[in-house]
Each structure stands twice: as structure tokens, then as C-alpha cells.
Design a protein around this ligand. Structure first.
Ligand code: SF4
Ligand code: MSK
Length: 669
């Protein structure tokens, strides 16, 4: 019998635990209980199953066994991995494509409700591609940028434009290895072609194309999505927000937006503040409309508008279980099919909005950027009409404040001010050892491990070791719920050197950088750090590591691969999709070795799967220290810092006056 976990074993989050108890009382299944009921397949999970053709599926469980066609375990693992990376790249990039079309339509005055909000970013991005900006209206520039970006998807030859934003050294390396993407769609299509029965069968050759496909995402589709979201909705800057299920309101119409694309959710934000909608809600007996988000749609509107996040991936069902959600409006990606049958137990309406996504049993209200505001208002009226059907509610009173919105532009500005915006202070802090290194802790939740625990355990331990943390996606929401994204709350949990920097600059020790497509912001930060000087001349020399402790989606694998190709050491938690069976490691570790040692030789970055969080932390610190040593930086020594800043002032204040004088001036006189 599979082991049934207690709510405390399923999640560390008290709000989630409360709702899991409620689910049990009501006899309703959740992803947590279904994960307990469904033992994962150890053959498919380890990458040893091929179902690419009708001669199979072939399960290679014995030494030396091949598929019916003769495919070896290594070929099968490589094919499975590249297919996942291609799917992840496609998802991010298709989001980017939609954003590019929205930019084009906005530039041509064909949308309803959108404007070009960040003209400075538009000009900066356009100038990178030598699009003329002087003396031109924002709409003209935006039209040209939209055309350039739209063309990246169908381009057949040459190289995609955004790769010029990588360091020169990195571009040359990619050129040398023949992995610069020619066109975004082309690389995804080729990944599928190569893995059709009877095509590319050399695992290393397949995995080289996996790199090119992932680069088409990171330095293509995702980067385009982030750029355009900033241009249309504004580049994020810090603001105050809240996270967890306690943001749902007893006396208001709760509308939860869930998925990834900000286009509709931003319009719903605007519509929810419209006096006509507020009046409509009041007429229905509510105190207005309360918006909140789940997953990366939450991150998009949290970091730009301060709209609260009801939770991360594993809280989508739990939000409905509160009985207080009138409508959950979903767009694309990470939406569980279980939502519809779960919602049948309550009054909640699940509303699909993307032309690409329908869920049987859900209400479909299709989004169209040309009528965006009208549709957003229709959706809100539909939700308000449902308020009268609300039954018993059970909202956990658990929420935490956070400060999100650390775009790379803002980090640059906060470190140097308007006139000296620069990454110099960050590089200097790393060079001096005040900051030991940087870790990007990103990615999903996975019900196979304790919800949020791996993310926050890794983050908390690295903070104690003076590692500055940047986060995106559901990992960022996990830390937010623990109060790690608030300057003061987080600072008593960090090492002394990092604390000094956070106090001096006025930042939390964990920087929320956005949604999962916004991992490209991290690429930009690392690139600018390399270009700033003092930390080598490319990303692979920077003492930095990327971690996805609770990954589950194919998009996470695409992100991992493009970060490796960009020079980063990337550690994934959970199980490895290329592990093979433990008793047949000898003939099934070629792929695991290649994506680690092989890719490290080629790109300076590597991808490893490590289940134990303490080993993740140890490997992270070892890597950071190895990179510090290679740069000739002083060995990390925590004892050298913490003698200045707020901590030192508090320490001195506690001393009698004479002792304080002695400590400061060297004399008690
Ligand atoms: Fe089996 Fe080969 Fe077909 Fe895969 S491609 S299912 S290994 S016969
Ligand atoms: S939503 S991809 S669970 S981060 Fe971006 Fe969260 Fe992962 Fe979806």
C-alpha cells in the first residue's frame, strides 16, 4: 500500500495544511493525495521507457537490452530529455509570440486597454537591435520591434536576434559549437524531427540540439516575452504585496487569475478598479472585487501592480477548497485538469480564456486583445453574478507581506542610483567576500516532496552562508510566504556580510525577479556582472549556481538547459529523468554524465539532479568557492564581516557609554 502522508508531511505551509485537513474532512482529493495514491513509474521516471512508435512502448529494464528498433537506453534517455526541453521551450516561446502580436496590435492602435507604458525600456531594447529611435514616436518604434520579434519565430537561417545580448565570449563559444538558434520554431520542430523513429540516434548529438533548442527559449522566446511585458505593462520596481490563501476576502467577490500570460490578467486588474464594476459588485451584496493570483500569472501582477498572490502551483486546488472563490480565470500552463471536478463541490466557476486551452466542464470566455477590457469586464460580471451562490467558507487566516519587483533594471539602479546605475557594488561585494556568491532558486512545486520545504530550506541555509538569493516562479512565492522577501524580516536570518550589503543598499536578501519566463532577467544580470569586470569575462566564471529544488514541468528542464548553455551550474531536486535504474547504472549513465561533465567541458555549465537538499547546498557552496578561487578572490571567511551596519550599531548601543567609546574611539575618555 502506498504511504499516506499527513497534511504536515505534505506541506510546510500552515495555510496549505489547514486546507488539506479540510479536503480530507470533505472527502475531496487533491494533487497531494493523488500523488500518494499514484506510485510514480520508476521505469518512465528514470527515462527508460520509449513510446515513440507503434512497435513499442519499449521498457529497457535489463542490462544491454534495446528497444524493438535497437535503440539503446542512452538514445532513449536523450530523446526523452530533448522532447521535454522542446515542449518547455515551445510553451515559453509561444507565450513570447503572443506578446509580440500584442505589441504589434498595440503599436497600431488595434487593442483595447493597452498602452506602451515603459517607453524608456522600449527605446533601450530597440536600440540594441539598431532599430532607429531618435525622433520617432513610441508606436513606430514598437511596430518595428514587434516585427523583428515576430520574425524570430519563423526565421529559417542565421541567428536569432537576442543572442547579441550575451557576452561576446559566450556568443563565440556558441558559434564554435554550432548551437546558436537559427529560428525559435525551427529548433523546436527539428528537436521533434530528430527524435522521430529512425532519426538522430547518437545521444551526444541529440543533446547538442537540446542546447540549441533551449537557447531558442532563454535567449529567444522567453526573453521576448519579458521584454514586451515590461514595455506594455511597465518594468517592475519594488512595491509591497502579500502572499498566501489569507489574501482571499470573506466580504468581497474573489477572482483568482491563474496561469502565465499577463495580457488578460492586467486587464482584469484594470477592470476590477472600474467604478462600474465596483458598483455592480456592491449591488450584488459584496464589498467590491478582490483579485489574487496563482502561479506565474500571480507573479506578473504581483510585481507590477502589487496584486496579492493566493499561492503557488500546489495551492490552486486549495484556493477553491476555501469555498470563497467566485471564479478562477485561467490562461495557459500549469493549470490542473482536476480544478473543474473540484470546483463542482463548490460554487466556483473555472473560466478558460486562451484559444489554445479548453478544459471539459469549464466555462470558456475567449480572450481577444482587440476587446481585452470589455472581455475582462464580462468575466468580472460573470464572477459577481456567482457571489450569491457562495456557501460556507473556510479561508485560512495566513498571509505574509513581501516586496517583489526586482527587475534587472531596478537592481542596476538600486546599486548605483540614477546616474551611476551599475553592477559594480554587487561585483565588489562578491570580490571582497561580503557576498560569497549568488544562487538563483527557481521553479515549480511538486507534490512528490513536501510543498515549499525544499525551496525554503535551500534558501535559508544559503542565506546563512552569505549567498544572495534571486528567485522567480513558484519558488519565489514559497519564500514570500515565509517572510523571506521582506527586508527586515529576512535579515536576521542571513550571514553578516550579506546583511551589511542588504542594510546598506536597502534590499531584502532574497530578490523576487518575476515569473518563470523572467528567468531571462537572471541571464541578463549574470551577463551584466560579467561585463562589469572583476568576476571574469563570462557567466561561467561568476560564483553563481541555479537551483530548481521542486521542479516538475518541462519548462523547468528548458530553463535548466539554457542556463547551462549560458555557463551556469544548475541543480535540480527530486528525481532525475535520466537516472536509469540503480542496479544498471553501468550502462545507463552516459546521458547523466554528458549533461554534467560533457556540457561543463563545452559550456562551463552543467546540469545535475540531486535529491538530498543538504547535498544541493553543499554542492552549491563548493561550486561558489571553486569559482572564487579560480578568480583569485579571497577565501570566504564569515568572521571578517558583520562589524559594521545596523547589527554593529545595535551591539554598540547595548554597551555602557565608556565601553562604547572604547570600542569606537579606542579610548574611554
Ligand atoms: Fe521501441 Fe524503438 Fe519504437 Fe522507441 S522507437 S518505441 S525503442 S521500437
Ligand atoms: S508556474 S512552471 S509550476 S514555476 Fe510558472 Fe510555477 Fe513551475 Fe508552473
Amino acid at each position: 500500500m502506498p504511504k499516506k502522508r499527513t497534511p504536515q508531511e505534505m506541506s510546510q505551509d500552515p495555510a496549505a495544511q489547514e486546507m488539506l485537513i479540510r479536503a480530507e474532512e470533505l472527502g475531496i482529493s487533491t494533487a497531494f493525495s493523488r500523488a500518494d495514491d499514484m506510485v510514480s513509474c520508476n521505469i518512465g521516471g528514470a527515462g527508460m521507457c520509449c513510446k515513440l512508435c507503434g512497435m513499442g512502448p519499449c521498457r529497457l529494464t535489463k542490462d544491454g537490452q534495446t528497444g524493438v528498433c535497437g535503440a539503446t537506453i542512452d538514445t532513449i534517455q536523450a530523446r526523452n530529455l530533448i522532447r521535454a526541453i522542446a515542449a518547455g521551450s515551445a510553451a515559453h516561446s509561444d507565450h513570447g509570440r503572443d506578446m509580440a502580436f500584442t505589441l504589434k496590435a498595440t503599436a497600431n492602435g488595434e487593442t483595447e486597454g493597452y498602452i506602451i507604458r515603459d517607453i524608456a525600456k522600449l527605446r533601450t531594447v530597440a536600440a540594441k537591435y539598431e532599430i532607429p529611435i531618435e525622433g520617432r514616436a513610441p508606436e513606430e518604434i514598437a511596430n518595428d520591434l514587434a516585427d523583428l520579434y515576430i520574425s524570430q519565430f519563423g526565421q529559417q537561417k542565421g541567428k536569432i536576434a537576442p543572442v547579441i545580448r550575451a557576452t561576446e565570449k559566450r556568443q563565440k563559444l556558441w558559434e564554435q559549437h554550432g548551437v546558436i538558434p537559427r529560428g525559435i520554431d525551427r529548433e523546436v520542430v527539428e528537436a521533434l524531427h530528430r527524435t522521430h523513429i529512425g532519426d538522430d540516434q547518437n545521444p551526444e548529438h541529440i543533446l547538442e540540439h537540446a542546447i540549441r533548442t533551449a537557447l531558442a527559449d532563454g535567449w529567444g522566446g522567453s526573453m521576448i516575452a519579458t521584454d514586451i511585458s515590461d514595455i506594455i505593462f511597465g518594468t517592475p520596481a519594488p512595491l509591497l504585496g502579500q502572499a498566501n490563501l489569507g489574501v482571499l476576502k470573506e466580504d468581497m467577490v474573489n477572482v483568482v487569475v491563474h496561469g502565465h500570460e499577463p495580457t488578460l490578467s492586467e486587464m482584469i486588474v484594470a477592470a476590477s478598479q472600474d467604478p462600474e464594476i465596483i458598483e455592480y459588485a456592491k449591488a450584488a451584496g459584496a464589498n467590491g472585487v478582490s483579485l489574487s493570483g496563482i502561479c506565474c500569472t500571480a507573479n506578473e501582477i504581483l510585481m507590477r501592480q502589487g496584486i496579492p498572490a493566493a499561492g503557488n502551483f500546489l495551492q490552486q486546488e486549495l484556493a477553491i477548497l476555501t469555498g470563497s472563490v467566485e471564479a478562477m480565470v485561467v490562461d495557459v500552463q500549469c493549470i490542473m485538469q482536476a480544478l473543474v471536478s473540484l470546483a463542482d463541490n463548490f460554487h466556483t466557476k473555472i473560466i478558460t480564456t486562451s484559444p489554445k486551452v479548453r478544459i471539459t466542464g469549464a466555462t470558456h470566455m475567449e480572450f481577444d486583445e482587440h476587446r481585452a477590457l470589455t472581455i475582462a469586464k464580462d468575466i468580472l460580471r460573470f464572477a459577481i453574478d456567482n457571489y450569491k451562490n457562495r456557501g460556507e467558507t473556510h479561508i485560512p487566516q495566513v498571509r505574509e507581506d513581501l516586496v517583489p519587483g526586482f527587475s534587472h533594471e531596478y537592481i542596476n539602479y538600486m546599486l548605483g542610483g540614477s546616474y551611476r546605475a551599475s553592477f559594480r557594488p554587487l561585483n565588489d561585494a562578491i570580490m571582497s567576500g561580503r557576498i560569497r556568491g549568488v544562487a538563483a532558486v527557481v521553479g515549480c512545486n511538486n507534490p512528490r516532496s513536501e510543498h515549499d520545504f525544499l525551496h525554503t530550506h535551500v534558501v535559508k541555509e544559503l542565506l546563512k552562508q552569505d549567498v544572495l538569493i534571486v528567485q522567480t516562479g513558484c519558488g519565489a512565492i514559497a519564500s514570500a510566504k515565509l517572510g523571506l522577501l521582506l527586508g527586515e524580516a529576512g535579515l536576521n536570518q542571513v550571514g553578516p556580510g550579506l546583511r551589511e550589503i542588504c542594510e546598506t543598499v536597502g534590499i531584502p536578501p532574497v530578490l523576487h525577479m518575476g515569473s518563470c519566463v523572467d528567468n531571462t532577467r537572471i541571464l541578463t544580470v549574470l551577463t551584466q556582472m560579467a561585463q562589469e569586470g572583476g568576476l571574469g569575462d563570462d557567466v561561467d566564471q561568476i560564483p553563481a549556481v541555479g537551483l530548481a529544488p521542486e521542479w516538475m514541468s518541462e519548462k523547468a528542464l528548458a530553463i535548466g538547459a539554457y542556463c547551462v548553455a549560458s555557463g551556469a551550474y544548475v541543480i535540480f531536486g527530486g528525481s532525475s529523468p535520466v537516472s536509469g535504474m540503480p542496479d544498471r547504472v553501468a550502462d545507463s549513465d552516459i546521458v547523466a554524465r554528458y549533461i554534467s561533465q560533457g556540457w561543463e567541458q563545452l559550456y562551463g555549465g552543467k546540469l545535475e539532479f540531486i535529491a538530498d537538499p543538504d547535498e544541493m547546498i553543499q554542492k552549491t557552496l563548493e561550486h561558489i568557492d571553486k569559482k572564487r578561487a579560480a578568480l583569485g578572490l579571497p577565501e570566504y571567511d564569515q568572521g571578517r564581516f558583520g562589524r559594521s551596519g545596523d547589527a554593529r550599531m545595535l551591539e554598540l548601543e547595548a554597551l555602557p557609554l565608556a565601553d562604547r567609546r572604547q570600542a569606537v574611539y579606542g579610548t574611554s575618555e
